[in-house]
Design a binder for this molecule. Structure first.
Ligand SMILES: [Ca+2]
Ligand SMILES: [Ca+2]
Ligand SMILES: [Ca+2]
Length: 450
């Protein structure tokens, strides 16, 4: 959903710019929704990363939790062919321990469909987990089962208990969960789309609508002993997620541009995600597919787009009264997103510019009553951009940081949506259960009676 939704943000911003230039604004600018240029991955939703989270587990602080989500905008009532992981894709979670942009630990997931019954597709899948450390690959779990999707009280009764059966130990001491969940991301895409609009005041005063409420995603969550991740020096890991498909299938269904990626062994990478919102609002449209196919170790080629962010240019055009917005030489963004923060010392991993979610494992989890949704910007070092928690309001944080919060230009920017529509769980896998198809909140009772 990030790629869909935030693709919309940028498209809307560009549409808004055109509208502002042509007509000095006006509601017609917001109707230019077909302006959106979808990246290739938007045509392959089961391989599409939506969000990535990494945090020290609040209830088990000797472990870290990594959650990677895929498949944007799952409607709960998607029968009879409900959403599942793709059996022909390979799902990856990478951990960089020494700041060179290359993985030191790789977890890979392959899913298989199970026989179905009646007219319904079976949404329960079996899967295998392999772990590669250095050049050694080990199968750490096989024959594991996802829970079924949340169909409804007759097909999938007591769903929370059913889903809990999908938590499995791996042979290396890690805990895994894979399956359908509520989409924990929250954002007022509708307002952002409307001229990067702000419903009330500057947007930090509530009143936003969570465009993603009621939709699901598919999550892979790992709870890993910190002793397996910590490098013993700066204690900071860089994390990203990706999806691979067989080169032949990619070549047959896509433009050749995306198939020139770093494939090996017949696989080619078609999607990746480290920091939130990067491919949506930082990387130019004509390079989005290339970005998806490339690796953090080669991100130097994209650094200029972090240094000279188009979003700041857009903000200046749309909201000059709140400016000036600096859109050149943004070394603060290079640090936050590409190397980790050196000043103040937080999660710096060295000079290599690489888009990774950087988590300093030595910073303890923030007690739940002390969590700031603004993370480090709110004085809470346990949150984004030190890793990313489910609670972190990355829209507000990103708008404020791009707006200049770290370079002396603080504005209370935001979208008025401050939290997920569902309460997050207090224990692994932390992401709430998905809505059931039967209870789908988006349904309308019809006919309505006066
Ligand atoms: Ca490395
Ligand atoms: Ca949600
Ligand atoms: Ca927000």
């Amino acid at each position: 959903m990030r790629k869909l939704a935030l693709g919309l943000v940028l498209a809307a911003a560009v549409a808004a710019l055109i509208a502002v230039a042509a007509t000095r604004g006006g509601p017609q600018g917001a109707t230019a929704s077909s302006h959106r240029e979808a990246p290739l991955i938007s045509q392959d939703p089961t391989a599409d990363n939506t969000d990535l989270y990494a945090f020290v587990s609040p209830d088990k602080p000797d472990t870290a939790t990594i959650i990677a989500n895929w498949i944007p905008g799952e409607d709960p009532a998607a029968g009879p062919n409900y959403y599942t992981f793709s059996p022909t894709a390979r799902y990856d979670i990478y951990v960089d321990q020494n700041g060179d942009g290359k993985p030191d630990i790789t977890y890979q997931f392959r899913f298989n469909d199970l026989p179905s019954q009646f007219f319904l597709g079976n949404t329960q899948q079996s899967y295998t987990v392999t772990k590669t450390v250095g050049s050694k690959t080990t199968t750490v779990g096989s024959g594991l089962l996802t829970p079924p999707d949340n169909i409804g009280p007759r097909t999938t009764p007591n769903y929370s208990a059913l889903a809990a059966q999908g938590i499995h130990p791996l042979s290396d001491g890690t805990t895994v969960f894979a399956g359908q969940r509520d989409d924990p991301f929250f954002a007022d895409i509708g307002a952002i789309f409307d001229l990067v609009a702000i419903r009330q005041g500057t947007g930090a005063t509530g009143g936003g609508k969570d465009f993603l409420a009621g939709y699901g995603v598919h999550s892979i969550a790992l709870q890993i002993p910190k002793s397996q991740l910590d490098n013993g020096t700066n204690h900071t890991i860089g994390v990203w997620a990706a999806t691979d498909r067989r080169r032949a299938s990619v070549m047959s269904t896509r433009a050749s541009a995306s198939a020139k990626g770093n494939g090996n062994g017949g696989w080619v990478q078609v999607s990746r995600l480290g920091n939130p919102l990067i491919n949506e609002v930082v990387i130019p449209t004509n390079l989005k597919d290339k970005w998806n196919a490339s690796s953090p170790a080669n991100d130097k080629q994209f650094q200029t787009f972090y240094e000279n962010p188009i979003l700041a240019t857009v903000l200046q055009k749309l909201y000059p009264q709140f400016g000036p917005f600096q859109d050149k030489n943004r070394q603060d963004l290079v640090q936050v997103l590409g190397t980790g923060l050196k000043q103040p010392a937080l999660n710096f991993t060295g000079p290599t510019f690489a888009d990774e979610l950087r988590l300093n494992l030595s910073i303890p989890p923030t007690p739940s009553d002390k969590i700031s949704r603004l993370g480090v910007l709110g004085g809470d070092l346990g949150g984004y951009p030190n890793g990313r928690r489910l609670e972190d309001d990355v829209i507000d944080i990103s708008e404020r940081v791009v707006g200049g919060a770290l370079i002396g230009h603080s504005l209370p920017l935001g979208d008025g949506v401050d939290a997920n529509d569902q309460p997050n769980l207090r224990a692994f896998p932390y992401v709430p259960a998905p809505f059931s198809g039967f209870d789908n909140t988006k349904g309308v009772t019809n006919p309505t009676h006066p």
